[in-house]
Design a protein around this ligand. Structure first.
Ligand code: GLA
Length: 679
């Protein structure tokens, strides 16, 4: 109803209200004056802490993150908020707060361990206060920030660049002086999930790896990844004797006995056109000549994974078209073996068979039938175990029967082994390099005896600088870091783990890759309570772009059966994947860093450069990729890889706005110098 339509009788109470207001106004003014004189105190701990993120554990009211009385360098605090880096909280000040005070530092509960953190406070997009790096044992720093006139506040704790271990952070005695409305904790800013990846053309396009390694005599399986309308007819020129290409499915099978390199031309034709692309087959001892691409069960099913889930994932890899972009491996993580001591009939039973080979539990009734199913789709199968007596989730490991297990994995038809560490810590004498290498050498020797190829993925979280010796023990890729995890602060792990690879580029290359863990987008979480990734859309673009620049294995670990359009668009942008799969196999280097922006660049085989302009800050900002930092000269054609569109020709630098926690991923192609027009 419009105001003008208001019936007459509604006006009477309004008059009465005005009269009443006139009566009470003096008293109200008096109380306001009193409030202005004596601001009220609002404790940070009284705000909704479910809206504060924490890199480990959860934020606590008036306690440390481990639920103890807060203590910084021996000084105890009764009130405040205990959290853990990386942590962030967005607060709407409602215009009523005038001051924020606190004492901040690393909580003493970490007991002599090394933790270092940095606190930052932003008000209306301006950095108001920063602590600098505070280490464990250092006295609390006093915070006193004027909030007058500010609308929004952000409280942050960062890991000060050295990982989040033992970063227990206290906002002790943290409180607001409030003269008006109380501050309120907000949800993190919501972003629209904008799909940048264009839909693949209906014309044929060949994607995925351009080079493929195989050992002499091993079964060969390579599915030509191609987008475009079906039916499509595949053919190849120069395919060595021993291999055949199925013209309908694009699957190349057979085996090759002679070592050497074979240069092949692959062709794909449909009603709308034809395309061809070079493909190199290298027969020798080297595998994984480009980073492995696929899916792993861990972050959506954890140890409750079943045979059916694996088959469903394989089905989905075909149905969603991921196979047409180069995704190949369908890998079971922990939870397929017997669980020693379990009285659950599905999980219990003898750990090994009569030949001493490891048994699968009741959730995997027929491993061979399962891998046949996966292979039947043109995909490959992987599995996980640990060199210790038990795996991280308490299932049987391979300790003492590595040889038998490798034989069984081959008989079952697997193509990929992720080899963890976990309970092997009880076996290793110490943490010397020799002891760290030992279990991986044992399993490698056992795998090498098999008549099929295994991609060997070491998973010991970077201990002993694994990147320095992972290739020496035969690893094709090695986890360089801890688990990314599914905490609300996942974004910080993504960038901390990703950027941790600065300076490690020399260790990555064809056949041996640094592995910062899986792609945690889409639906992840425990079975039955899968939830969307905590990453915002821009953070997801950052995650995938960074992994591609790092030439990391592209292993998605969300639920394959719940792939939404946005997630699929992130996983299937062929120009972005091309950065990861480039045959030169370079890992990107950090070429520039300023404040909360970084520029990373990767040399490509064709002489172009892939460049990621990252903004890890809270607000959109400009980032420039300067030719002098990139080591390029002259005019460059700059192409936006997510949008698959040229942006223009640039001479000395390319500068662009990069959103909060976002990235702009481009490729620079040198343009030939054009002679000036004749006069
Ligand atoms: C470790 C690994 C994870 C996963 C689990 C399984 O934590 O780092 O990737 O394999 O073990 O228990």
């Amino acid at each position: 109803m419009k105001m003008s339509e208001s019936p007459e009788h509604n006006r009477l109470p309004t008059r009465a209200l005005i009269a009443l207001a006139l009566l009470i106004l003096p008293a109200f003014e008096q109380s306001c004056a009193k409030a202005a004189d004596e601001p009220a105190t609002v404790w940070l701990s009284s705000l909704d802490l479910s809206r504060m993120t924490s890199g480990w554990g959860r934020p606590r009211v008036d306690k440390s993150v481990q639920d103890r009385t807060m203590s910084i360098a021996g000084r105890k605090f009764e009130r405040g908020v205990g959290t853990h880096a990386d942590s962030i909280m967005y607060i709407d000040l409602k215009g009523g707060s005038t001051r924020f005070t606190a004492h901040v530092g690393v909580d003493d509960e970490i007991n002599g361990n090394i933790g270092s953190i940095e606190f930052k406070i932003y008000g209306d997009k301006r950095l108001l206060w920063q602590s600098g790096v505070i280490k464990a044992g250092e006295p609390a720093k006093k915070v006193d920030v004027d909030l007058a006139g500010l609308k929004a506040l952000i409280l942050m704790v960062g890991s000060a660049g050295d990982g989040i271990s033992y970063d227990h952070a206290d906002w002790a005695e943290a409180k607001f002086e409030v003269t008006g409305e109380k501050p309120v904790a907000l949800e993190a800013p919501v972003e629209e999930a904008v799909i940048l990846t264009p839909k693949p053309s209906p014309k044929p396009r060949i994607n995925g790896a351009r080079v493929f390694g195989v050992r002499p005599g091993s079964p060969f399986l390579f599915t030509v990844a191609a987008t475009g309308e079906r039916p499509m007819e595949f053919s190849a020129e120069g395919l060595p004797v021993g291999l055949t290409l199925d013209s309908k499915t694009g699957r190349i099978t057979g085996s090759l006995s002679r070592r050497g390199q074979y240069q092949v031309i692959l062709r794909a034709v449909n009603a709308l056109g034809a395309v061809e692309r070079d493909f190199r087959i290298v027969v020798g001892d080297r595998l994984a000549l480009t980073p492995p691409m696929g899916w792993n069960s861990w972050y959506c099913f954890f140890s409750s994974v079943t045979d059916k889930m694996m088959r469903d994932a394989a089905d989905a890899m075909v149905q969603t078209g991921m196979i047409n972009h180069g995704y190949t491996y369908v890998n079971i993580d922990d939870g397929w073996m017997v669980k020693p001591g379990s009285d659950d009939p599905v999980l219990g039973g003898p750990v090994t068979n009569s030949e001493g080979q490891i048994n699968a539990n009741g959730k995997f009734p027929d491993m061979k039938a399962m891998t046949d199913y996966i292979h039947g789709k043109g995909l490959k199968a992987g599995l996980y175990t640990s060199p210790g007596p038990t795996t991280c989730a308490g299932f049987a490991g391979s300790y003492g029967h590595e040889e038998q297990d490798a034989r069984r994995f081959a008989e079952w038809g697997f193509d990929f082994l992720k080899y963890d560490w976990c309970s092997y810590r009880r076996i290793a004498k110490d943490r010397s390099r020799a002891e760290l290498m030992k279990p991986y050498l044992v399993m490698k020797a056992a795998l090498d005896k098999q008549d099929r190829d295994f991609i060997y993925n070491l998973c010991q979280y970077g201990m002993g600088n694994v990147w320095e010796w992972g290739a020496e023990v035969g690893g094709h890729c090695w986890r360089t870091t801890g688990d990314l995890g599914i905490a609300s602060s996942l974004y910080r792990n993504v960038i901390n783990y990703g950027f941790f690879h600065a300076g490690k580029e020399q260790y990555a290359g064809p056949g041996h890759w640094n592995d910062p863990d899986y792609l945690l987008i889409g639906h992840i979480g425990w079975r039955g309570s899968l939830r969307p990734t905590p990453l915002t859309p821009n953070e997801q673009y950052t995650h995938v772009s960074l992994w591609c620049l790092l030439a990391a294995p592209l292993i998605f670990s969300g639920d394959m059966t719940k792939l939404d359009e946005f997630t699929l668009s992130l996983l299937t942008n062929d120009e972005v994947i091309e950065i990861d799969q480039d045959p030169l196999g370079r890992q990107a280097s950090r070429v520039a860093q300023a404040g909360e922006t970084q520029v990373w660049a990767k040399d490509m085989e064709d002489g172009s450069k892939a460049v990621g302009l990252f903004n890890t800050g809270e607000f959109e900002t400009k980032v420039a990729a300067r030719w002098s930092d990139l080591g390029v000269r002259g005019k460059q054609r700059v192409r936006d890889l997510w949008r698959q569109k040229d942006i223009g020709i640039f001479e000395k630098e390319f500068e662009t706005d990069v959103p909060r926690h976002g990235v702009v991923l481009v490729r620079l192609f040198p343009t030939r110098a054009v002679a000036p027009p004749a006069r």
